[in-house]
Ligand binder design. Sequence first.
Ligand SMILES: *[C@@H]1O[C@H](CO)[C@@H](O)[C@H](O)[C@H]1NC(C)=O
Ligand SMILES: *[C@@H]1O[C@H](CO)[C@@H](O)[C@H](O)[C@H]1NC(C)=O
Ligand SMILES: *[C@@H]1O[C@H](CO)[C@@H](O)[C@H](O)[C@H]1NC(C)=O
Ligand SMILES: *[C@@H]1O[C@H](CO)[C@@H](O)[C@H](O)[C@H]1NC(C)=O
Ligand SMILES: *[C@@H]1O[C@H](CO)[C@@H](O)[C@H](O)[C@H]1NC(C)=O
Length: 576
Amino acid sequence: MAAIRCVFRAEYGRLVAHVLLLLSLAVYSSYGGGCTFPEGWTGSWFQSGNPGLITINKTHIQMKGECYETDSNDKFLLYYRNEDCYRCMVIHEKHKYVLQYKETYCNSKDSLSSMCESITGDASLYSMFRKEPKPVPQPCPFHPAPFTFTYYRGSEECTYPLSRAESCTDDSRLLLRYMACADMLSSESNVEELVCLATWKEGSTRYLVGQISQVQRRNSIASDEDTYRCFIYKGQHTDKTTTYTIAQSADATCNGLSSPMDGSRTMKLTSSDDEHNRCHFPSWIVQHHKWFSLDHTHQYHFTTKNATLKIINEDGSFEERRLVCHSILEQKDKKYIKLVAHVTKGCESGHQCVQFHRRESSVLELQAGGQLADAPHDACAPPHLAAPHVTLITTSLTPTRCPILGRYSVVSSLADRRRRRQQLTIGDEEADEQRAAECVVGDYRSASLGCGHAQDSIEFRSPCSSTVYTCHGAWQAGSKGFVLVYDARAVRPRASCLVYTAPSTNDTRAGTVQQLSLSVMSHSCDRSVQPGVAGDKAYNLTLNGTCEQSSKYSAAVSPAPAVFVLMTSLATLPLR
Ligand SMILES: *[C@@H]1O[C@H](CO)[C@@H](O)[C@H](O)[C@H]1NC(C)=O
Ligand SMILES: *[C@@H]1O[C@H](CO)[C@@H](O)[C@H](O)[C@H]1NC(C)=O
Ligand SMILES: *[C@@H]1O[C@H](CO)[C@@H](O)[C@H](O)[C@H]1NC(C)=O
Ligand SMILES: *[C@@H]1O[C@H](CO)[C@@H](O)[C@H](O)[C@H]1NC(C)=O
Ligand SMILES: *[C@@H]1O[C@H](CO)[C@@H](O)[C@H](O)[C@H]1NC(C)=O
């Protein structure tokens, strides 16, 4: 009886085994129907040693085969139709731009697990870097730039002179300035630009993939094989400094890197921020974090604890410049400051002499320009040429009293080169018509400056048009006077700078002058513009009376031009 039971048990066991096998076969075939790769992998990839790019779509990896079965993790069985064979690929997505894989040869079909198990630990590891869709560079992991660094070539270390790594305005770029060491034949002075594309961590090891280009030989066409490099790095932070030990791969793979001290090239970066011993822009500048050029094409943004000025060019080029306050040389009240700034423009950097002049709480003039000096103390040293004045304003301008008062006749204007053909008599209907036909918009006949209760507006008039500016700050420089004006009624309201020949006598207190030449500039308070001669608009004026004498007008003109328009329309409308 016991023997029979035993046989039965053995039979039963075999049956169970059969059922399990059948079940697993059923599952197997439902998997074998095909599979898909993660959506993020779709695109074209570069792999070192491969001519051309490797295309991956939902179901296929070019030259490898179609997705046949997957364990839904990192193992894929691929069917290669051309040769009717199967291979296992173990693919790891290290970063959305970096895939790494190991693979078997293409063989006859076996189960996913047994094929994949045949991949040994020391099998070759391949790295693919995404080319299409084009990757967006990622911030480089080395902070805070700039750094000094030493580097190894072979077993020799180049320590003197120190090489430098500088940041670019775009934090996904780093400029590596290699210096040559006199006693080292394998060292070479060279400038390389690193564009960071991907970083990831495996255990405690940090990886970076980037592209290196030769700055001085930029015209030569560098291949992907020449530019893609993989790095292992390690950062150490103390109170005062940050150091990075970095190993760079010899080729466009991540092979041959085992530690930050061990690569085809290794370097040791040390932050040299003490050189940057930062100062702060004064409160009378940074009380407004954002300033603009007159035409609003450039934005001046004070950031990072009031030590950094970012200049963003928004007129289509989106160029960015970064100025870090390095040292203050001179300060006068809360009106003037001269300082040395460390400037970064693209990957170019150096020191520049920077001057700010406060003209009104919301009007500044900035002078910064010229060559970038390597040494901070060279930036403002003679022969330092004065840079052009750039006018900066905030979005909130407060009206101020205009510097010149009176009613003027326009003798000539730039818009008036055609000249009035004939003197017209008022009241004559024919002449009126003729005048209407001749009246050129912007061809002004008269101007009233600072008339009205607040004395804060300038109005140009012709029989058919007028322009009203409000004054927002005035100052003098040499023989020229400047007024920041704003035309609120323009189709696109905007600020301009008005330059005039300042009266040479002390009669400015009276505010009236006999002859006045002035120009309107839309770009900045350009010192080189001759009033009445150049500029976007230019006028020569002669005095035709004080504001008070214009009683005929003053009632209508004052107090504010906008009100004047309203009053005339109210007065005329009911009559029609
Ligand atoms: C993927 O690419 C293969 C060729 O490599 C092509 O035959 C297939 O139709 C493509 N599939 C999709 C979904 O585009
Ligand atoms: C920057 O300057 C402004 C204006 O003076 C001040 O209110 C602010 O506290 C400053 N910020 C820092 C971090 O110093
Ligand atoms: C000068 O002012 C008088 C009024 O005071 C006016 O009648 C005359 O048209 C003005 N002349 C010019 C050229 O504006
Ligand atoms: C204004 O006067 C100056 C000097 O008299 C002359 O050179 C200039 O051309 C005049 N401007 C205009 C707009 O006519
Ligand atoms: C202006 O006034 C000051 C003193 O108030 C005098 O020293 C100077 O000579 C005057 N300038 C002119 C051009 O009159």
